[in-house]
Design a binder for this molecule. Structure first.
Ligand code: SF4
Length: 96
């Protein structure tokens, strides 16, 4: 066989390791393996989302942004990397 690498490094992201943060009536989580660093979430809700050193979105605990705006930020993500869950009902609000 030609041109076949002898070793193949595969990074597997474990979605269960994505941190869930409760902000007001929502639990919010960024699925890091889906985040493409577009920063749309940061643009809509800079109080809630920032990019870390890997250019992945992270959630600011204690964000005082409104639930409506946090949901808008999640909906602005082009890869649906932000999951929003209603803490009362336990239902996933976004993505639907
Ligand atoms: S909008 Fe989505 S892809 Fe872009 S930084 Fe935020 S979570 Fe990541």
């Amino acid at each position: 066989m030609k041109n076949v690498p002898k070793t193949l490094n595969v990074i597997v992201m474990d979605p269960s390791q994505d941190k869930e943060v409760t902000i007001g009536k929502y639990k919010v989580k960024v699925i890091r393996s889906l985040c493409i660093s577009a920063a749309a979430c940061v643009g809509v809700s800079p109080a809630t989302f920032t990019l870390d050193e890997e250019k992945k979105a992270v959630i600011t605990e204690g964000s005082t942004d409104t639930p409506e705006n946090i949901l808008l930020a999640a909906q602005a993500c082009p890869t649906q990397a932000i999951v929003v869950i209603d803490t009362e009902s336990g239902k996933q609000i976004w993505p639907v």
